[in-house]
Every structure is written in structure tokens, then in C-alpha cells.
Design a protein around this ligand. Structure first.
Ligand SMILES: [Zn+2]
Ligand SMILES: [Zn+2]
Length: 212
């Protein structure tokens, strides 16, 4: 399995490309911008794009969904149902941040904790982690957790936007992420990677040495 990190779009949110060498299938987590840059990476690998998995509905993570979908019409776009209200209102989100609006991204299917997703023989587990938004989801693929804007390097996602809740994000992180294997690498929606073990110790909010 190969993982590539592509910071793309108006505020350089991370799009991750996950590729299975055996089947040549690939998925992307988020489509944060520049579909051509994503295509170049997929072409270099000779990959077939199977899914576009969204961790949540904020504009900076979905900015390139329709452009990628135009290039790869067979790739299915997944989001948690509770965040569809965000993608429906993506133009308003953009206006709020002073960015030219985009058409609302096409969604093909809803994802929840019972979804059966896979990349070749590899299982993809969706974990519902509300708090940053109601429909925030992390994706666990082997020892890799794609955490969207729920968990960052020594930080957490903001809870003051529509649908956000500090008590929910605390429950999500403590009960659903900190209970995972400590060696799991965390790939956040912004910034550098971390690990579950590092965050259990050093997260500014919920780590053992928390400042708050
Ligand atoms: Zn967000
Ligand atoms: Zn974001």
C-alpha cells in the first residue's frame, strides 16, 4: 500500500491518495482541490480511482470533488449523511471565508460505521467522530487513520463552526481514537502527521500533559 499526501486547494487542505499495488485500485480521502494534480499522481501509479471518501463537508476538503468526478465518473463519493447539509451550502461556506464559491459537490453514497468499504483485500473502516461537525468521519486503513479535522498534530479541530461541539469532539477522540493501537499513524486534514500514541501523551486538549 502506498500513501501520498497532496496539500491542495484554497487553503492547502491535505488530500490523501491510497494505492493498492496488487489490484492497482486507489482511493482518495478528500478532494481538496486541483483535480489535475490528483490525476497526475494517479496516472504515475497507473491507478484506477475507486472512491472519493470525505471526512466531512467543509469547503476546503470538498473543493475539487466535482472536477475529480468529471475525470473519474466511476469513482463514488461518500460522506456521512449528517454533513450533507454542509455540502449543500458550500457556496455560503466559501463566501464566509471570502473565497469564490463552487457548485455543490456531487455525493453518491452515505458512509457510516456499518459501511463495507475496501481497497483490494484491505478493509476500510469508517469511524463516526462528531465534534468538528456532526457528520465528521475518520477512516482507518490498516495502521493508518485519516482523521480529517477531528485530530491534528498535538491539536484538535475547531468546534465553533456550524454543528460543532467541544463535548462531542472530546468523546470522539477519547473513546474512538485514543482507544486504537498506539502505533497507528494519524494523517490529518491539515498539517503534519502524528500517531495515536503521540496524541495520547502530547495532545494540547486531551493528552496526558494537556494544557487545558
Ligand atoms: Zn473542517
Ligand atoms: Zn479543514
Amino acid at each position: 500500500m502506498i500513501i501520498k499526501k497532496l496539500p491542495l486547494g484554497p487553503i492547502q487542505a491535505n488530500t490523501y491518495l491510497v494505492f493498492d499495488e496488487k489490484t492497482k485500485d486507489a482511493i482518495i480521502i478528500e478532494a481538496s482541490g486541483d483535480a489535475e494534480a490528483i490525476k497526475t499522481e494517479l496516472d504515475t501509479l497507473g491507478a484506477n480511482l475507486k472512491y472519493i471518501l470525505l471526512t466531512h463537508g467543509h469547503f476546503d476538503h470538498v473543493f475539487g470533488v466535482n472536477d475529480v468526478k468529471n475525470l473519474y465518473p466511476q469513482a463514488k463519493v461518500f460522506i456521512h449523511k449528517e454533513d450533507e447539509v454542509l455540502t449543500e451550502n458550500v457556496a455560503i461556506q466559501c463566501a464566509h471565508f471570502g473565497i469564490d464559491g463552487i457548485e455543490k459537490p456531487q455525493i453518491d453514497e452515505y458512509v457510516d460505521e456499518n459501511s463495507k468499504l475496501s481497497l483490494g483485500d484491505i478493509e476500510i473502516k469508517a469511524i463516526h467522530t462528531p465534534g468538528h461537525s456532526k457528520g465528521s468521519v475518520c477512516y482507518l486503513i490498516e495502521n493508518n487513520l485519516f482523521s480529517g479535522d477531528t485530530l491534528f498534530f498535538e491539536e484538535i479541530g475547531r468546534c465553533d463552526l456550524f454543528g460543532g461541539s467541544f463535548s462531542e469532539i472530546e468523546k470522539s477522540i477519547r473513546n474512538k481514537i485514543f482507544t486504537l493501537d498506539k502505533n497507528i499513524t494519524v494523517y490529518p486534514g491539515h498539517g503534519e502527521n502524528t500517531s495515536v500514541g503521540h496524541e495520547i501523551k502530547y495532545n494540547a486538549y486531551f493528552g496526558e500533559n494537556s494544557r487545558y
